[in-house]
Design a protein around this ligand. Structure first.
Ligand code: FAD
Length: 427
């Protein structure tokens, strides 16, 4: 079947009213953390949602990521926070360390490994393996909305008109909905269809990711505790305990112009990583040297300026598709999760283009601020001699980035009442 040619949607003012009995059908493209959160939150509000994911299976990919207090509130609303807490590590403090001497520059050392963490405190941040968080969300969606998640559906086109939007997939299949949300990540096809394909700027930095089994890592983390950020000129190593201490997650970010590939799964070697950190403290080079080869991956960091708008007619964006950001504050996933809840609240109030508009009005300023702050944090921690560094005004110290209440933006219901109601029902 022929693929339809892309067409621009009607303007914002062309809101089409629906018959009272019409149940809004929302198409979500991408079953990442943002797409699954949005789907669960929409389904909980009685809105029909269908999720289309290009991958043929949802598997064990990625490594650690941060779940801020704001994102935890969303997960509590969805009734899945308890399940995630059982797999997560709590961040009680971060130690910022000098790359060569190991001296404590800022923060505090937490000497425990996470294995004995209580499950009922309310930390500013959790750290969790992306695959664990993703699996909990996917299982919840399959249980609550059987048949709503469609794998092996790669969107290649969309056609939006006065009475609906059609998604076109790579194998020629099509489906129709009232609204479409592109939650299709960093290289979003939906964003390209709405606003044209924009070339991102390579920042000159490459991130390396590895998971080191706790027993191999322990000689190199014993002195500096469960979470540490090592800072040096042109390099950072952020490492923290995952899966209640069973694994140490390392993200090493280095300035280099030698490689510019994008993606989450390009293999890297321990040798290239150790060479980049030559001259650093033995706790750093020792840890990187024991990283299992098969666990090492790298990706180049690209920067995209904030989009001036996310929506065109019946189609909008969410998560990395709308606001990809550098990883220095660890808030990219949290922003996608927050987006999902606010989208659902906005569409519950107004299940049409006006709802998409109020979602964007609530979320664009917040995500733009965090995007710019992430960029600034990277410049700060990598750009100067750590002996001269003053972290007291660093964005990572700004509690409002982490301890945010996304639901209050749309509902005005205070976090405390929602938290107590929903944590009781957490699975
Ligand atoms: C495989 C993978 C591993 C990752 N690992 C880490 C990690 O270890 N640490 C970390 O901090 N962040 C990681 N991330 C990124 C992190 O999940 C996101 O930055 C953040 O969660 C924002 O989520 P998102 O839902 O907007 O985007 P993503 O989580 O990137 O999800 C986007 C989804 O859309 C799907 N998709 C893309 N294009 C299409 C299309 N045309 N049609 C249908 N589906 C499409 C993708 O397959 C993906 O499932 C990873 C992302 C992916 C996809």
């Amino acid at each position: 079947m022929p693929i339809s040619r892309p067409r621009r949607s009607p303007s914002t003012s062309a809101v089409v009213s629906r018959p009272a009995e019409h149940r809004t059908r929302v198409l979500v493209v991408g079953a990442g953390l943002g797409g699954l959160t949005a789907a669960l939150a929409l389904h909980a509000r009685g809105i029909e949602v269908q999720v289309f994911e290009q991958a043929p299976a949802l598997g064990e990919v990625g490594a650690g990521l941060t779940v801020s207090r704001g994102a935890q509130r969303v997960l509590a609303e969805l009734g899945v926070l308890g399940e995630i807490r059982r797999r997560a590590s709590v961040v009680r403090s971060n130690a910022f360390l000098h790359y060569r001497t190991g001296a404590l520059l800022d923060g505090a050392v937490d000497p425990t490994d996470g294995s004995a963490d209580a499950l009922d405190d309310e930390p500013r941040n959790l750290q969790v393996h992306r695959a664990d968080l993703h699996a909990v969300l996917a299982v919840a969606l399959r249980d609550r909305a059987p048949g709503a998640l469609h794998l092996s559906h790669r969107l290649v086109d969309l056609v939006s008109g006065a009475d609906g939007v059609t998604a076109v997939f790579a194998d020629g299949r099509t489906t129709r909905g009232d609204l479409l949300v592109g939650a299709d990540g960093l290289r979003s096809v939906v964003r390209g269809r709405l606003f044209g394909v924009q070339q991102p700027r390579f920042t000159g930095q490459v991130a390396f990711r590895c998971l080191v089994p706790g027993e191999l890592a322990s000689p190199y983390v014993a002195r500096t505790g469960r979470a540490a950020v090592w800072i040096g000129p042109g390099r950072v190593l952020n490492r923290y305990a995952l899966r209640r201490g069973a694994t140490v997650n390392c993200v090493a970010i280095a300035r280099t112009d030698s490689w510019t590939g994008e993606g989450w799964t390009t293999p890297a070697t321990p040798e290239e990583l150790v060479a980049l950190y030559d001259g650093w403290h033995p706790d750093v080079t020792g840890l990187l040297a024991v990283a299992p080869r098969e666990q090492l991956a790298k990706w180049a960091l690209y920067d995209r300026p904030p989009l001036p708008r996310w929506r065109d007619g019946r189609v909008s964006l969410l998560g990395d598709a709308a606001h990809p950001m550098l990883p220095f504050l660890g808030l990219g996933s949290a922003m996608a999760i927050e987006d999902g809840l606010v989208l659902a609240q906005a569409l519950a109030a107004s299940p049409d283009e006006a709802g998409l508009e109020s979602y964007e009005s609530a979320r664009r300023p917040r995500t733009e601020e965090v995007l710019l702050a992430s960029r600034h944090e990277g410049t700060l921690v990598q750009g100067r001699d750590p002996d001269l560094l003053d972290l007291s005004a660093a964005p990572s110290r700004n509690a409002s980035f982490y301890d945010f209440d996304p639901a209050a933006q749309a509902t005005g219901v205070p976090a405390a009442s929602r938290d107590s109601a929903s944590s009781a029902g957490s699975t």
